[in-house]
Structure formats: C-alpha cells, structure tokens
Design a protein around this ligand. Sequence first.
Ligand code: AMP
Ligand code: GLY
Length: 410
Amino acid sequence: MRVCVVGSGGREHALADVLGRDAEVVVTPGNPGIPGSVAAPPHEIEADLFVIGPEVPLVGGLADRLRERGGLVFGPGADGAMLEGSKAWMKAVLCEAGVPTARYGAFTEEAPALAFLDGMEDLFVVKTDGLAAGKGVLVTGDRSEAVDAVRGCLSGEAFGEAGRRVVIEEGLTGPELSVLAICDGGRAVPLSPAQDFKRLADGDMGPNTGGMGAYSPVPIAGGAVVDTLMDEAVLPTLEALRSRGIDYRGVLYCGLMFTPRGPRVLEYNVRFGDPETQVVLPRLTSDLADLLASAAAGSLGSAPTFDDGAAVAVVCASEDYPASPRTGDPIEGLEAASDVDGVTVFRAGVGEVDGRLVTAGGRVLTVTGQGATVAEARDRAYAAVGMISWPGMHHRTDIAGTVVAGAGTG
Ligand code: AMP
Ligand code: GLY
C-alpha cells in the first residue's frame, strides 16, 4: 500500500514512521527531517490512502476534495471537522448526544456573556469558538482576566474571526486523559490512552501550549474506563453525527477530565493529538495502514493491539515558544540522541540550511523513549534530550514524573 500523509509536524513524522512499517509512505509537505517528504500537493500524489494530520485542512474540506477525486481518505469531511472548527457546535452535539461535559454558554454579544460569567463560581474558562492553534483557551481564577478575554475575543482584537463567538464554561478540575478513537462512520475502536502536558513549564505552570510532553499507557485509564468512554461518549457522538447526515471517518480525539463528579468530555479534536501520537503509535503492534484504510473504507475490523511497555515523549521547544519562537538555530546532538536505545526523535519545527537541520518553529522536536516501564521509557527520553541543544532550547523536566514516583513502574 502507498500512503500519503498530509502535514509537517512531529505527529506526521510519527504517523509516517509507524505507517512505514507496513506501507510505502510519502509526506506532504513534511519537513527536511521527515524521510519521504515531497513538495507536491496532495491532489498531485498517487496514493492508495490519504491520512490528513492537522485540523486546518480538515476544517477546510481537504478530505472532501480528495474523496471527490476518488481517493480513500482517513479524516473527516468539513462537516464532521466542525467538531473542532466550532466549539459551540461541538458542545451542542455533545449535549444532544447526552455526553457529560462542562456546563457552558456560547455568545457573540458582550452583555449576556458577562452576565453568564457572573453566574460562575471560582474558575472561569473562556474559549474562542473557532480555531486558534491551541491558544484560544483561557482558564483563570481571576474574573477580571476572564472579562478582558471575553472583550478581546468578541472585539476581534485577540483572535480575529475565530474569537467573535466565545464559549464560556464552568471550570473543572482533575487529571486529564486523551483517548483517540478510530472511526469508520458507524463503528469506532480506541487506541491506547495517553496523558498530555499542556502547560509550558514544570509543575503545570505557565501558559497553555500545543503540548510539551506525553506518556502512554496511563495508570488511571484501564480498559474499563476506556470501554465506558466509548459507550458513553464516542459512540453516542457518532450516532448524533449520523443523525445529522455526517459520515465521520477519521480520528475522534476525546479530551477528558476526571472531575470529583465523574469524567467529563472537555473537547473533541478531529485529528491525532500532538504529542500524544508520538507515544501511542510507537507502541502499536498491529498494522496501522490496514487500520486506517479499513476505517476510511467504512469497514473497521478488530481493535488494534499495543505492546505491554510504555512510551514517554518530551518536546524540545524554541526560545520564547509559545509567544514568538526564535528560529534559525542549528540543532546539535540529533544523531547521538537518536542512537540512544529505545529512542526516536520526531522532527516537527525543523528546516534546513546548508545541509544542516535548524529550528524553524516553536515545538522543534519530540523525543520519544520506549521501555518496559514508564520509568525506563522516561529515563531513555531524558537521556536523549540531554544530548540535544541549540540556543534557547527548553523542555519540561517533569513529564510523567509523578507517574514514576507514584506508581513505581507505571
Ligand atoms: P481545550 O482545547 O478545550 O481542550 O482546552 C485546553 C485545555 O484547557 C484543556 O486540556 C484543559 O487543561 C483546559 N480546560 C479546557 N476546558 C476546561 C474546563 N471547562 N475546566 C478546566 N480546564 C479546562
Ligand atoms: N496535545 C493536544 C492536542 O493535540 O490538541
């Protein structure tokens, strides 16, 4: 099988790497660090299967256009991708499907939005309705900060059109979990769960980012938790989509929080998570190309299988990520890091100058360590991270730290 992966980040590198075990893979546009990268646009590429990585082309209807040309495509059409393209629409679908989620209101006018904030308790959550590259969510205990965020959004100043409608939610607390479900329109099978570290700095401090690290599997998310999530969230959501005439073939990424009052779905994304993909897929022991092709064809078979080990991923980011990442610095130590036993270095925001890889984005590399336990995987990942450098490079030092401390082996 020849597979075309669309996208250019660490997630797409991991997809290409794992698909490459069983298939021939090209990546468009990819980046200079991802083998098989080609400049040709997707519609000029001959492939048996297209796998679309990022949300922007999905929301923009790339899957529809490739399907119209007869392609087999893993990724929802623009209709299903609205789950990520409009948080207000997603919340409406969640509520219609009876999925437990945070109480919310959606607003385009300031007065009712501020009145809704008045009814909230001590944690305020303000989200842009539209896509904002992972930056459109503010969680704060400070009401005046929430009011400023609402004003900044609705005026269009903070996020342009994406913010002209806001979703305000009750603030929830508890550990989070990411479960990626592979869907074929009617059926769905889960991948092994992962936990993501969204805040920039150690101890979950600093601003939200796209994700600074992840690990898989997750001790709090055994098989029964995943089964319940599939029965009570993913399948009812697919049903609600079908009742709207939407045939959802792709990943449904379910972001969950275990609150004191039970699990709640915080969000759906319509794509693989980044960096969750870089810890989940390397542990896959079944054939990824077959899995995604069968979902794309509407004929999903048995659930995928995973090894008994663990994977831990640490993101190496540029100076000033996420605000204004500095770029253009040569990356040192990549080869030595890649040689560490059990380690894969996925290339995300990288470019090439004079034959050398240089930083070209905020999240530059995802360093994934695999091992028999979370502790071993973590040690390997950090050993490799220690060999990599460029001016201003930073990373979190506590990815999966509490799992190792609390559960010994994870
Ligand atoms: P989202 O993009 O909607 O997942 O939001 C990004 C992050 O913001 C989530 O992973 C949570 O850490 C946090 N968050 C989102 N919604 C809530 C909420 N209702 N209460 C508390 N934290 C939230
Ligand atoms: N790591 C979070 C996301 O992919 O949205």
